[in-house]
Design a binder for this molecule. Structure first.
Ligand code: NAP
Ligand code: ZN
Length: 348
């Protein structure tokens, strides 16, 4: 199928319209017309070469909401017209312990990413959601509950699942004292989800500028990480901290904020960090851990959870022509929301 997307043709290059072909439907495939596509900071890392060489031209995007326009002969779960979602993965081996345990993100044979991976069947390079159409095997497509506004739901497919999964894994519940570092795309979803789980949530941010945004989404307040005396006063006051900072940073300023046995879970920076200090870890049995997106089943679970609790991402809708400007804003202005591309603005 001939279609169009926005691709980068080299490291750190601007995204430009790119005509390409989506594969013919295999028997277990769902063909989707993409309606909305979220912009994740991971898209920037990938294209800017932060995570190594990439196969260009490359179309990013792994927060996809669309409408089913075709199904393969063996597809059972979806039919033409359904509203569906696709997140960060489009395939995995489906046979290893992790895949069988619904944690395809840890597939022993490596999952196939929504963009920049080799297709497991024909070896072609996968292309992401900043495009008009996508073809994905049934097992990696999720249902978008009717209660969710499709123009806002796309960020649940990455920002939502990436924050929901650790909140659940670490048993965040009523009364848990949660800190979320960085109020951006992931951070603001982490706040909303933790609040819905009954937690007492504080946003840990670099300036006072985001106080209103934090309160508007249910946080009880902010802790300004550049204010040494406020940080000192907040020692031992969190059970769980979610770190969404997208660059190399020093987590030694955050670990003393944890109470005894507390955990700091990194979902932001993937790569080097400043050298960790073991003192706050040893004197408090505090833990530092990491977490990667979530499985397909859990992605369906977070969509259903959002529908049930009336949670939607804070979204600024843009046209395809505004993608490069939005990327610049993510790097320079750190908005407390997600940009979502309305794919109606992109035509063949
Ligand atoms: P984002 O929307 O740009 O938000 C990041 C936030 O971090 C900013 O709004 C800012 O909040 C804070 N920040 C930015 N630069 C900082 C710095 N130099 N020092 C301290 N804080 C800083 O990004 P995102 O889309 O939420 O993604 C965040 C990170 O998660 C990215 O690195 C992305 O690749 C990663 N990610 C990981 C997974 C996973 O599975 N683990 C999945 C998706 C994304 P304040 O202004 O409030 O300080
Ligand atoms: Zn993402």
């Amino acid at each position: 199928m001939k279609t169009i997307g926005y691709a980068a043709h080299g490291v750190s290059e601007e995204l430009v319209p790119y005509h390409f072909e989506r594969r013919e439907l295999r028997s277990n495939d769902v063909s989707i017309e993409i309606l909305f596509s979220g912009i994740c900071h991971s898209d920037l890392h990938t294209i800017n070469g932060d995570w190594g060489d990439q196969p260009y031209p490359l179309i990013p995007g792994h927060e996809i909401i669309g409408k089913v326009v075709g199904v393969g002969a063996d597809v059972k779960t979806f039919k033409v017209g359904d509203h569906v979602g696709v997140g960060c993965m489009v395939d995995s081996c489906q046979e290893c312990k992790q895949c069988k345990g619904h944690e395809e993100q840890f597939c022993s044979n490596g999952f196939t990413a929504t963009y920049g991976s080799k297709d497991r069947v024909d070896g072609s390079i996968t292309q992401g959601g900043y495009s008009k159409h996508i073809v994905v095997r049934e097992e990696f497509v999720v249902n978008v509950p009717k209660q969710l506004d499709i123009s806002k739901a796309a960020p649940i497919l990455c920002a939502g699942i990436t924050t929901y999964s650790p909140l659940k894994k670490w048993n965040v519940t009523k009364g848990t004292r949660v800190g979320v570092i960085g109020l951006g795309g992931l951070g603001h979803m982490g706040v909303k989800l933790a609040v819905a789980m009954g937690a007492e949530v504080t946003v840990i941010t670099r300036s006072k500028d985001k106080l209103e945004s934090a309160k508007a989404i249910g946080a009880k307040g902010i802790l300004v990480s550049t204010d040494a005396s406020a940080m000192e006063k907040a020692s031992n006051s969190f059970d769980f901290i979610l770190d969404t900072v997208p660059v190399k940073h020093d987590f030694n300023i955050y670990t003393p904020l944890l109470d005894i046995d507390g955990s700091l879970v990194v979902v932001g920076q993937i790569g080097a960090m400043e050298e960790p200090q073991t003192l706050p870890l040893i004197f408090g049995r505090r833990r530092i851990s990491g977490s990667l997106i979530g499985g397909v089943k859990e992605t369906q679970e977070v969509l259903d959870f959002c529908a049930e609790h009336g949670i939607l991402p804070e979204v600024e809708t843009i046209t395809a022509l505004e993608i490069n400007k939005a990327w610049e804003s993510l790097q320079k202005s750190n908005p407390a929301h997600r940009y979502v591309i309305d794919m109606n603005s992109l035509n063949l």
